[in-house]
Design a protein around this ligand. Sequence first.
Ligand SMILES: O=C(O)CCC(=O)C(=O)O
Ligand SMILES: [Mn+2]
Length: 157
Amino acid sequence: MSVAMSNCGELGWVSDRKGYRYTTMDPLTNAPWPALPPCMQQLATEAAALCGFAGFMPDACLINRYAPGTRMSLHQDKNEQDFSAPIVSVSLGVDAVFQLGGLQRSDKPLRMGLQHGDVVVWGGEDRLRFHGVLPIKPQQHPLTGADRINLTFRKAG
Ligand SMILES: O=C(O)CCC(=O)C(=O)O
Ligand SMILES: [Mn+2]
């Protein structure tokens, strides 16, 4: 079982039999991705600015849904055009353990507990750090049940 994904914003991250890429259209509906709600864009822009990345304007918001037992293995976000823009990641629902590694896959990652409402920003010299999420433990959250929702804001294009 893997993480379920959708998107909002101008560009969406798609991973399917044809590989992975950013697209302007949702391949399931053949329609553009829903617009990024202004309040969400504002949250991402303000969080980035608080961390020293003024003027961050995301054009992509990946929505990941983690059911119990699902994980995201260590990876780099490196399919965006411009690595000077940070990544802003918002956690909702049940708790998770985030792994923040180094610039080599073999670097030992730090483990950080993430709870509903937590926001993680990484950019600058840390933009290409490996990161991932350990398998989600069975638990309940009043808003999302057993699931974790993660919103990842990026400047992709
Ligand atoms: O779920 C998370 O906290 C991280 C998600 C992530 O790294 C990604 O979608 O590329
Ligand atoms: Mn990532």
